[in-house]
Design a protein around this ligand. Structure first.
Ligand SMILES: [Zn+2]
Length: 406
C-alpha cells in the first residue's frame, strides 16, 4: 500500500489543533485534536512511500511507536485515505496508460470524494471501461449524453435512432455540422467515440434484438419527440422492465428540461407508474396524451429545444447515469428533476410506484423512498454496492473524533 491523503480535499487548519479536509459541506470533514507534528506528517502521505518507509519517517520525527499506523487507520476509516497502488488489476492497468489517465484525472479526483476505500476511486474509474450503455435518441440531448458518457470513460456507448441528421440536431459536444445528412445513429456513435479517452474495448457478442436492453448496464431514453419526453410510453419500456434493465429518462419538452426517473425495474417507479399516477390526479390525462401523440405523428414541425437547456439536461442526465454506473443510487430514482425557462430553478417531482402498474415496484417499495432501499442496489446486476461500506464508514466517523460538518 502507498497511502495518500486524498488530494481532492484542500487541507486547512481551523485552529491550532483542528484540521479541516475539504471546503464544501457535501464532502468536508474536520479532524481534531491533531498536534503540529502529526499535521506536518500528513504531507508525507502523498502516495510515494509504503508503510514501512512512513514508520521510519515517523521515528525520525519523534512520533511515538504505533502513531503512524494509528493515523493511517483513522484516515482510512474516515474515507480520507487513498492508495496510489490499490484498486486491483484493472486499476493497475489504467495507471499504466498514462495518457488515458491524464484525460480522466479530474474525474478520478472527483470519484475519490464519493468512494471510501483506499484505491476504490481508481477501481471504479477502470470499471467504467467494461460497461455497456445504450442511448435511445440522438437529438441534441441524446447525442450529447452519449459523448459525455464516452468522454467519462464508459467503454461501450451505443446510440439508437432513425433518420438522418438535420441541421437543428447540431450541438456543441453533440452532433457536428459536418454530420448533417448522415445517418443519425452512426453519426452519434462516431461522435461519442471521438470523445473517448481510450480505444474502444473489444466487443463480446451483442444481443441480437437490442430492444430489451439486455446486456446493457443502463439504457438512457432521450427522445427527440417532446410528447415522448413529457408522457413516456409505458409499452415502449415494457421490454426493459421485463429484462430487468435499468433505464433513465431525459429530454426537453417546450421550455422544460426533464431528467428522470431512473427506473430500477421492479424496485423503483417506471413510466407506467408515472402514467397511472397522472391519471389518478387528472382523469383527462389519457385523452390529452392520445391527442398529443396523434398530433405529433401528423406534423413534422421542429419542436422547441433551447440549446443551453438541452446541454444542461444532457449534463445532469449523464451525471445521474455515471453515479448509478459507479454503484450509487442518484436522486432521479423515484423522481423527475425538472427545470423551466427562464427562471431555471431545478426541482424534483416525486414519481410514486403505483399499485396498478405491472412493474411491481409498489409491492416492493411499500412506501419507502427508493433511494433508501439498500436491497434495490444490491440486485442491480454488475453494480458493486458499497453503500454498506459507506454507511459503516459514516457510523465510524460519528463514533470517533471526526465531525462531519463545516
Ligand atoms: Zn411501474
Amino acid at each position: 500500500m502507498a497511502p495518500l491523503v486524498k488530494p481532492a480535499l484542500r487541507r486547512s487548519w481551523r485552529d491550532l489543533n483542528t484540521v479541516q479536509f475539504g471546503m464544501t459541506p457535501a464532502h468536508a470533514l474536520t479532524l481534531g485534536p491533531m498536534d503540529t507534528a502529526t499535521g506536518s506528517f500528513l504531507d508525507l502521505l502523498n502516495g510515494t512511500r509504503g508503510l514501512e518507509l512512513l514508520r521510519e519517517e515517523g521515528r525520525r520525527m519523534g512520533l511515538p511507536d504505533g502513531h503512524v499506523d494509528g493515523l493511517v487507520r483513522r484516515l482510512a476509516r474516515a474515507g480520507l485515505l487513498d492508495d496510489a497502488k490499490g484498486g486491483g488489476p484493472a486499476a493497475e492497468a489504467l495507471r499504466r496508460k498514462k495518457e488515458v489517465l491524464d484525460r480522466l484525472r479530474p474525474d478520478l479526483a472527483s470519484l475519490s470524494l464519493t468512494t471510501s476505500e483506499p484505491g476504490e476511486a481508481t477501481a471504479r474509474l477502470a470499471a467504467r471501461r467494461s460497461l455497456r450503455v445504450q442511448v435511445r435518441g440522438a437529438g441534441r440531448v441524446g447525442a450529447m449524453v452519449a459523448s459525455l458518457l464516452s468522454g467519462a470513460g464508459v467503454g461501450d456507448v451505443d446510440v439508437r435512432d432513425v433518420g438522418r441528421v438535420e441541421p437543428w440536431d447540431v450541438a456543441p459536444g453533440g452532433l457536428p455540422a459536418e454530420a448533417v445528412g448522415e445517418r443519425r445513429d452512426e453519426a452519434a456513435r462516431r461522435t461519442a467515440r471521438r470523445f473517448a479517452p481510450d480505444r474502444p474495448p473489444r466487443h463480446g457478442p451483442r444481443s441480437p434484438h437490442g430492444e430489451d436492453g439486455a446486456g446493457h448496464s443502463l439504457v438512457i431514453i432521450a427522445p427527440r419527440d417532446d410528447v415522448a419526453v413529457h408522457a413516456p410510453s409505458p409499452s415502449a419500456a415494457e421490454p426493459l422492465i421485463a429484462s430487468g434493465t435499468p433505464h433513465l429518462y431525459a429530454g426537453v419538452v417546450e421550455g422544460t428540461g426533464v431528467v428522470g426517473p431512473l427506473v430500477l425495474p421492479g424496485e423503483t417507479s417506471c413510466a407506467g407508474c408515472l402514467s397511472e399516477g397522472r391519471t389518478d390526479r387528472d382523469p383527462a390525462w389519457p385523452r390529452l396524451v392520445a391527442q398529443w401523440r396523434s398530433g405529433a405523428a401528423r406534423t413534422r414541425e421542429v419542436r422547441p429545444c433551447d440549446l443551453a437547456l438541452a446541454t444542461t439536461v444532457a449534463g445532469l442526465a449523464a451525471a445521474h447515469a455515471l453515479a448509478f454506473l459507479d454503484g450509487r443510487v442518484p436522486s432521479s430514482a423515484g423522481a423527475r428533476w425538472e427545470v423551466s425557462l427562464p427562471g431555471l430553478s431545478w426541482h424534483a417531482r416525486p414519481v410514486w410506484a403505483h399499485p396498478a402498474c405491472p412493474c411491481g415496484a409498489a409491492r416492493k417499495g411499500e412506501g419507502e423512498h427508493p433511494s433508501e432501499d439498500e436491497e434495490s442496489h444490491a440486485t442491480m446486476g454488475e453494480q458493486r454496492p458499497s453503500k454498506e461500506i459507506r454507511r459503516k464508514a459514516d457510523a465510524e466517523r460519528l463514533a470517533g473524533t471526526w465531525r462531519a460538518h463545516v
